[in-house]
Design a protein around this ligand. Structure first.
Ligand code: GDP
Length: 311
């Protein structure tokens, strides 16, 4: 079966990764953003890795958009009693992952190995690789100054205008050997419909990552990107406002411009079919289809279409 590497953030990336896993099983590798990772209550929390993990394990909490289905918040409530901040809600079963993984990392394990252990424990077929084991921290500039990403995203609910983005540690980060090997053996590469600026952006900007993609392309490996923007809007989250604030067009075409020169195929929603000629003019082959992944069937259907485009 075709070996595919997909670059992903949280929600949009996790849904497509789940659809891809349904077709590819262990031939799928997901390289996830770690810029959103944070420490809460002394524990390492990896929101994008864990959203992908829970989606691939089929236990994701759909209503919240993070965590485990049916989870409870007994520990969180008791943490509040001790004066810990509780705005970053972590369910009880979710906390078990953060405790186990942090224990391994503190005992000297690489973050990648601690994540692979958790994936094996939950029995998922695909591999999810953190983009790097080095610390990277996405920060958002608002009128109040630079904020840690989760302060902006969760605590302030993405309400403030985004005046700038920076990624502390990114320039000194390196892709892991597992990530390098995944690109070396890839037969197709998929950029998931994740936020181009704070999810896919940091993955691609790990020094050496774009070169891995281009080296694979030079070998004839096709690269497809899927638009997270439909009808000018993000389905969830601040991607549309962030694109506009950064001087990009908040549209499928605006996203396509960011991936021109890096991707061969651009998958956009039927709602944006009018943009296909302009996308083709960028040197990307447009594939117009339904891209809203409302359920497992829609995830698998879009994944099949994407695989057809890179197959
Ligand atoms: P985050 O890290 O949790 O913000 O998640 P991502 O960066 O992976 O995903 C955010 C993006 O996913 C948003 O821009 C959404 O528009 C997009 N998205 C979410 N669900 C879907 C979907 O079903 N189809 C498409 N095409 N995009 C989606």
């Amino acid at each position: 079966m075709t070996r595919v590497v997909t670059l992903a953030g949280g929600v949009g990336g996790a849904k497509l990764a789940d659809g891809l896993q349904a077709h590819l099983g262990d031939a799928l590798t997901v390289v996830v953003n770690t810029g959103d990772d944070c420490w809460r209550h002394g524990l390492l929390v990896m929101p994008d890795h864990d959203t992908v993990l829970y989606n691939l394990a089929g236990i994701e909490q759909v209503e919240w958009g993070w965590g485990i289905e049916g989870d409870t918040r007994v520990v969180m409530d008791q943490l509040g009693v001790y004066g810990e901040e509780t705005w970053f809600t972590l369910g009880d079963r979710d906390l078990a992952l953060h405790i186990a993984r942090t224990a391994r990392v503190r005992a000297g394990a690489r973050i990648t190995d601690a994540c692979l252990d958790a994936q094996a424990a939950l029995g998922i077929a695909a591999r999810i690789l953190p983009m790097t084991d080095d610390p990277v921290a996405t920060e958002v500039r608002t009128a109040d100054g630079w904020l840690e990403f989760q302060e902006y995203f969760v605590h302030q609910r993405q309400a403030p205008d985004v005046l700038g983005l920076r990624f502390a540690g990114l320039a000194d980060a390196t892709p892991t050997p597992e990530v390098r090997e995944a690109f070396e053996t890839a037969e197709g590469i998929v950029i998931a419909p994740s936020n181009p600026l704070v999810s896919v952006g940091p993955v691609l900007d790990v020094p050496g990552m774009r070169e891995h993609v281009q080296t694979a392309r030079a070998r004839g490996v096709p690269v497809a990107a899927v638009s997270p923007i439909i009808g000018g809007r993000a389905l969830k989250g601040p991607a549309d406002r962030m694109l506009a604030a950064a001087g990009h067009e908040s549209s499928a075409l605006g996203v396509a411009r960011l991936y021109a020169g890096l991707a061969d195929v651009f998958v956009l929603d039927t709602a944006d079919a009018d943009a296909a000629p302009a996308i083709a003019a960028l040197g990307l082959r447009p594939v117009v289809t339904d891209t809203i992944m409302t359920d497992d069937t829609a995830r698998a259907r879009l994944a099949a279409e994407v695989l057809g485009a890179v197959g």
